[in-house]
Design a protein around this ligand. Structure first.
Ligand SMILES: Nc1ncnc2c1ncn2[C@@H]1O[C@H](COP(=O)(O)OP(=O)(O)OP(=O)(O)O)[C@@H](O)[C@H]1O
Ligand SMILES: [Mg+2]
Length: 352
């Protein structure tokens, strides 16, 4: 029987960080003052108005959806708000506005924590414990199982994460040599999947890893999604070609806003509609991150001006049609030139 998954939907998330301006410091124990300072002080003696709270808009009306059996990758330049969004989705931060739905129903935070796992960017592990001991320790803390069932759960997890061969190797750290970086990341993921969560949220699971280890991690997450119906939401920097192929959908963010939410194919169409032709041998996600400036709608401009500049729906489709016509025309010209060259060679050689 197919396991029921969790569809996660965040609608209109706004998250602001408030910061207060610091008051000017006045030294309370000053004894000697000049006449001018007394006058100045008298002038300033009026009560200062309360400092206006300033805020930083970190997430601006973010709407996204992650489906079960799929991987949603959150990409964008540094400071785009990826980690903040993941923390909001994991229930660690509470946004000022917006709603969060699980299977189209409002969530209960306590219940959601039970059915989800959140893997932070930094590995926080005990360096002297072995991989197996780490899982046993976590399982004892998180699960209330009999020893035999607990051991079998740990063994199946070791197998699922491809860590059986390093089960008795200690984790290690900068001073004590232990498992490799990729294996350590997998141990961190294991700690958060030991309770078999339906939703797994990961902040940059591949950071600091070489391309092969990064691919192994994403491949493992893909298997988790496809075999167990988990909903995987992750943020990632510079995914390789092979990794991008494993994503079911991509959320492109910049400056706290969503610039694209859809499949990788839809992303290339979106770029094309903005007049951006993907160069050969360039990764689509990297290209999109480089092009966020072009994709961002300009601020403080009227809708009419934006339409004229190609940000309206009509202009977007007009751009797609123009680009498709241009590509077809270019291919036709290349074909004609090639035929002409062939004919010339045939004439020279005396072939018919
Ligand atoms: N608690 C906070 N206090 C002040 N600024 C914050 C706080 N949390 C986030 N920010 C700011 O919000 C913005 C988004 O931060 P966030 O960590 O979500 O970015 P990111 O996309 O994950 O970046 P990176 O790819 O570098 O990890 C940043 O400019 C950051 O400085
Ligand atoms: Mg981050």
């Amino acid at each position: 029987m197919k396991k029921q998954g969790c569809e996660i939907e965040a609608v209109g998330i706004n998250y602001k960080i408030y910061k207060h301006r610091t008051r000017r410091f006045s030294y309370p124990f000053k004894i000697f003052t000049t006449t001018t300072t007394i006058v100045e002080q008298e002038e300033q003696s009026e009560p200062e108005p309360e400092p206006e709270p300033e805020f930083r808009h970190v997430l601006k009306n973010v709407t996204c959806r992650a489906k079960p059996w799929e991987i949603l990758a959150i990409v964008g330049p540094s400071g785009a708000g990826k980690s903040t969004l993941l923390e909001v989705l994991a229930g660690r931060l509470t946004p000022q506005t917006g709603s969060f739905l699980v299977n189209q129903k409002p969530i209960n935070k306590t219940h959601f924590k039970k059915i989800s796992g959140y893997v932070t960017q930094k590995d926080t592990l005990f360096p002297l414990l072995t991989v197996q001991e780490t899982f046993i320790f976590t399982a004892k803390l998180r699960l209330n199982l009999k020893p035999a069932i607990l051991n079998s759960r740990v063994n199946s997890l070791l197998n699922e994460l491809g860590l059986t061969h390093v089960a008795s190797t200690r984790i290690g750290d900068d001073r004590i040599r232990g498992v490799s970086g990729g294996e350590r990341r997998r141990v961190s993921i294991g700690i958060d999947v030991i309770h078999d969560p339906q939703v797994l949220i990961l902040d940059e699971p591949t950071s600091g890893l070489d391309s092969t280890s990064a691919l192994q991690i994403i491949d493992m997450l893909k298997t988790m999604a496809e075999t167990q119906g988990r909903t995987i939401i992750l943020s990632i920097h510079q995914p390789g070609f092979r990794i991008v192929k494993l994503f079911n959908s991509v959320l492109l963010m910049a400056d706290g806003s969503v610039l694209h939410h859809g499949t990788v194919d839809q992303l290339s169409l979106h770029l094309l509609s903005m007049g951006l032709l993907l160069p050969l041998h360039v990764n689509i996600v990297e290209f999109a991150i480089d092009a966020v400036e072009t994709l961002q709608p300009p601020r403080n401009r009227s809708e009419d001006v934006m339409k004229e500049e190609g940000f309206g729906e009509e202009s977007r489709w007009r751009n797609v049609v123009i680009m498709v016509c241009f590509i077809t025309f270019y291919r036709f010209i290349s074909y004609v030139v090639l035929r002409c060259r062939c004919s010339c060679i045939c004439l020279k050689e005396g072939l018919t």
